[in-house]
Ligand binder design. Structure first.
Ligand code: ZN
Ligand code: ZN
Length: 432
């Protein structure tokens, strides 16, 4: 089933080796290659911090490819797997139609294997990353989505994923939220929520959450509690205040405030404009969304002193590391408490972690490293997107997540400016 108006060629933003070479080119429109494929006409595609690893030549990539793993658009062609005959497979194989508005998580997932069933969708054995040598990206007028019935979210059908919101509230929200806001569901918002969920649900955080000392925190029943009220203040550091870091801040604040927990958060970035944006975003959130804890955005040195002061030198309950480079991970290690947790969602380009087994042993540190299973995180991220339209709804303000929407032909300059932290989150209108 193809719409008749498909052109032969399209505009795409392409990366060329070895580094810092982005070109806007005319290339053939992708075709269905497998029965499970869908072709999506891309309305908006975003530039992401993890695109910079390839851009800078750090990713060991040498193949010219279309960039981008964050896109939103409209279904224009369905493979032959789509239709009533596919009952029993993921629902989208029977329900998705040409013309539906869809957003894609940044990796493909089949939705049918053990890994997907368990919710670990970013590690599906049939998966791959958009905008990589393995799969052409979404910074193009059209993109091919493999395993599309297991991968995509159908924004034209509010009933097609679970939510805390009613179907009516979802449908109303979907009608009112801009595409540039919905686009954050492709990666940055699920990844920010993923960091916060992992931190809040880490077993090392339980003694502070429950008020029961370790290991009684794991078990029901009476325990002689040695934990004082001041020991229960949850202390977090969030390292890296790019778009994902801001999403992590908003998500963590939402989880803490909705449970009325005592907390203190230091959000850290060496770039002053990013700290200003973090404070502007924080200021915009209503009292119900930020609770009664402390939140400050600080430079690295100031943050080290703050953590010492706040915790009496003990360190943070958990650190959310959003950057992935060795200095950010070293800082996370320095800031975390003994028996603390480091949650790292930054993309790691270096082969080595910057500490030894002895250092880990000496602090009883736990690590959660790795890519966000964006498809599994989508329902939580969607509900937060709806709730926090004050932060996620607008474009171009000091307090908004998306900095600007630009035409595709501006891509070379926009990549360079983003690489140098001169601009925040940029979104390409592929048809301008
Ligand atoms: Zn991304
Ligand atoms: Zn799978």
């Amino acid at each position: 089933m193809a719409s008749n108006s498909m052109p032969e060629t399209m505009t795409a933003i392409r990366w060329h080796p070895p580094s810092f070479d982005i070109r806007v080119e005319s290339i053939p429109v992708p075709k269905i290659q497998d029965p499970d494929d869908v072709i999506v006409k891309v309305t908006l595609a975003a530039l992401c911090g993890s695109d910079l690893h390839v851009y800078r030549g750090h990713a060991g990539v040498d193949k010219i490819h279309t960039s981008g793993h964050e896109f939103i658009g409209e279904v224009v062609e369905l493979g032959s797997s789509f239709g009533a005959h596919s009952q029993g497979r993921p629902d989208l194989y029977t329900t998705l139609k040409v013309g539906d508005k869809v957003v894609s998580p940044f990796t493909v997932s089949c939705g049918e294997c053990n890994v997907c069933r368990m919710g670990y969708t970013c590690r599906c054995p049939s998966g791959s990353l958009f905008g990589s040598p393995a799969l052409e990206g979404g910074q193009a007028q059209y993109v091919r989505v493999p395993k599309a019935g297991g991968t995509l979210f159908n924004l034209s059908d509010a009933k097609s994923w679970p939510s805390e919101l009613s179907d009516e509230m979802k449908a109303k929200a979907l009608a009112g939220i801009a595409d540039s806001s919905l686009l954050m569901l492709a990666d940055i918002l699920p990844t920010g929520v993923f960091a916060a969920v992992q931190a809040m649900n880490h077993p090392k955080v339980l003694p502070a959450l429950t008020g029961r000392p370790w290991p009684a925190s794991f078990f029901p029943g009476d325990a002689i509690s040695t934990v004082l009220p001041e020991d229960r203040i949850l202390s977090f550091a969030i390292i890296g205040l790019g778009p994902v870091g801001l999403c992590a801040c908003v998500s963590l604040l939402d989880m803490l405030s909705s449970q009325s927990l005592p907390f203190q958060i230091v959000a850290i970035d060496p770039v002053e404009s990013r700290r200003e944006k973090a404070m502007a975003v924080y200021a915009k959130i209503d009292q119900a969304g930020k609770g009664s804890g402390k939140f400050v955005a600080q430079s690295i040195d100031d943050a080290k002193n703050t953590v010492i002061t706040w915790t009496g030198g003990v360190g943070c309950t958990a650190v959310l590391e959003i950057v992935g480079n060795p200095s950010a991970i070293s800082l996370a290690y320095d800031l975390v408490r003994p028996f603390g947790a480091i949650v790292s969602v930054g993309v790691h380009g270096e082969p080595q972690v910057p500490f030894t087994g002895r250092q880990l042993y000496n602090k009883n540190v736990s690590f959660d490293f790795g890519r966000c299973p964006a498809r599994a995180m989508f329902p939580l991220a969607f509900d937060l997107l709806v709730k926090r339209q004050d932060v996620f709804g607008e474009v171009g303000g000091l307090d908004s997540l998306v900095d600007r929407i630009v035409g595709a032909k501006e891509a070379p300059e926009i990549y360079a400016a983003f690489d140098q932290s001169k601009i925040g989150k940029a979104v390409f209108d592929m048809w301008k």
